[in-house]
Design a protein around this ligand. Structure first.
Ligand SMILES: *[C@@H]1O[C@H](CO)[C@@H](O)[C@H](O)[C@H]1NC(C)=O
Ligand SMILES: *[C@@H]1O[C@H](CO)[C@@H](O)[C@H](O)[C@H]1NC(C)=O
Ligand SMILES: *[C@@H]1O[C@H](CO)[C@@H](O)[C@H](O)[C@H]1NC(C)=O
Ligand SMILES: *[C@@H]1O[C@H](CO)[C@@H](O)[C@H](O)[C@H]1NC(C)=O
Length: 479
């Protein structure tokens, strides 16, 4: 295996980053098997960006991009004060819309997506409030076209089509930070014709049948929160890094786009359909990618395509829930809190099924699993004063009087005997010391799928292997 040959080089790199990590912030003061002791100030991002010490190296076999939170101090979008960051409550509301749409896509796979779209026309999809964001929180910058234009795209593991807003924005474009992509200024842009078989395959990738305008294929994607993009389906040169560029990548050139998408230029689709970027670059990367979501919005992570060092990773097979969908399904088998595995019947997890999603913020658990987690967490946190709920989060604390706290460790178990410890940065959500909340929520219905969300993935390196159909986890991924 090619991957194996590079392991030797990777070791050197790893040693280097380990050495660096000793000089790390020292956020965690003390450590035992059951709890983390942390400074409460470390629960909040800083106003200045602190780049990861991890070196993004690129190779014949891999390409690494920097990952930032779209509203954090490491994002260029953040520096644009005209693009307002949402409040905690808004983020949770948007997250709930995304979860609702994932649940409905899985319970009615045939009717996913919704409306038929035949023309690029603002009346075909109802225009909703344009201030909603439902498409994930993490951004990478890629190059599109010839000459190449830099675009910041949200990466999404639960959708497939990569798209960006395109000039002349025939119907509508939302506000984005970078200049909008203009296909007429690129020598490598081509339109896909309506009669092409790739045009028909849009139905499975987007849930919406393609349309046709002056014999050019028209795609439409509607996201859970009412955001949408409609435009020409084309091909372009996509440049990931200085060494890795791909000609003729299928992508959406959006002419009618609504929703803020946080000021980003569009979406990078990393789902499992054959039109996703992962499938389109399979010859080079073999459907392998990994990422590390940063510990806070004021630090950076990475997204790597191709082989990475999986030495410390633990893998679990993709589950059948994901067959024929965009999703990466996982079989959860248990949860531990404070070093004790909770007594939750295996059928609770098998009834719901599970998946991992970088675009959902808060992990959603089947109702009995959430109740057990909450009861145990509250008990272990009983010395801290509780406060009112924050939207869907019902276990919140007022930590105003504490400079350090002791937080119970939380672990997830997956089939194959895999145990993953959630980082201490993946336990709480909330931007005020007077209302810090357990970052988990219960699903309404026992049959709704369990979603492993982005807060709990922070600082883990998450490996996706679409060829071997497995997902792996290694801790301490970003540093
Ligand atoms: C490949 O990547 C490793 C670390 O990931 C690095 O040490 C090595 O120098 C790279 N090789 C090349 C040819 O860039
Ligand atoms: C792509 O198709 C659209 C609609 O037919 C047309 O306006 C545009 O000029 C075409 N672009 C190219 C490069 O052919
Ligand atoms: C913080 O401490 C003060 C003084 O002991 C007390 O009056 C107040 O209720 C405490 N606040 C909280 C949220 O615990
Ligand atoms: C839960 O979901 C199932 C299957 O989708 C449905 O039949 C049932 O009515 C739902 N129950 C509630 C309480 O919503």
């Amino acid at each position: 295996m090619k991957c194996f040959l590079y392991a030797h080089f990777l070791c050197l790199c790893l040693l280097f980053s380990l050495e660096k990590s000793y000089g790390f912030e020292g956020r965690e003061n003390a450590e035992n098997h059951h709890s983390h002791t942390i400074e409460t100030s470390s629960l909040f991002p800083s106003t200045s960006c602190k780049s990861s010490t991890k070196i993004l190296s690129n190779n014949d076999t891999k390409a690494s991009l920097k990952v930032v939170h779209k509203h954090g101090s490491c994002s260029t979008l953040y520096q644009d004060k005209t693009i307002a960051a949402p409040t905690d409550t808004e983020i949770l509301l948007q997250d709930q819309s995304r979860v609702k749409s994932i649940h409905s896509r899985l319970s009615n796979p045939k009717t996913s997506g919704g409306n038929d779209v035949t023309v690029i026309d603002s009346t075909t999809i109802p225009a909703k409030d344009g201030s909603v964001i439902g498409s994930g929180s993490y951004i990478v910058t890629v190059g599109l076209g010839t000459p190449q234009k830099e675009l910041s795209l949200i990466f999404d593991t639960a959708s497939d089509i990569t798209w960006t807003q395109c000039q002349p924005c025939a119907i509508s474009c939302y506000k984005q930070k970078e200049q909008k992509f203009d296909p007429s200024q690129s020598t490598s842009y081509t339109n896909i014709s309506c009669s092409s078989s790739i045009c028909s395959s849009l139905t499975s990738a987007t849930g919406t049948p393609p349309g046709c305008a002056s014999s050019t294929c028209v795609y439409a994607i509607q996201y859970g929160d009412g955001s949408f993009t409609i435009g020409f389906f084309g091909t372009e040169k996509l440049t990931l890094t200085s060494t890795d560029a791909f000609d003729n990548i299928y992508f959406g050139c959006g002419q009618n786009n609504q929703g803020l998408f946080g000021g980003s230029a569009g979406i990078l689709g990393l789902g499992r359909d054959k039109l996703s970027l992962v499938s389109q670059t399979a010859q080079k990367y073999n459907k392998i990618f990994s990422y590390c979501l940063p510990s806070s919005s004021s630090s950076t992570g990475f997204l790597t395509f191709g082989c990475s060092d999986t030495k410390n990773a633990k893998f679990t097979p993709l589950s059948t829930i994901s067959a024929g969908t965009s999703f990466y399904g996982l079989d959860f088998t248990g949860i531990s809190v404070g070093g004790t595995k909770l007594a939750i019947s295996a059928s609770v997890f098998s009834t719901a099924g599970g998946l991992i999603d970088a675009g959902t913020v808060i992990t959603r658990l089947p109702p009995p699993a959430y109740s057990a987690l909450r009861a145990s967490f509250r008990k272990l946190m009983s010395k801290y004063p509780r406060t009112k709920a924050l939207s869907i989060l019902d276990t919140c604390y007022d930590l105003s009087n504490y400079s350090t706290i002791s937080v119970p460790k939380i672990g997830f178990f997956f089939s194959g005997g895999v145990e993953v410890d959630i980082d201490v940065t993946g336990v709480f959500f909330g931007s005020s010391i007077s209302q810090v909340c357990l970052a988990f929520a219960g699903n309404k219905n026992a049959t709704d799928v369990l979603i492993f969300g982005s807060v709990q993935q922070k600082t883990l390196e998450v490996f996706y292997d679409g060829s071997a159909e497995k997902v792996g986890f290694a801790s301490g991924g970003c540093s």
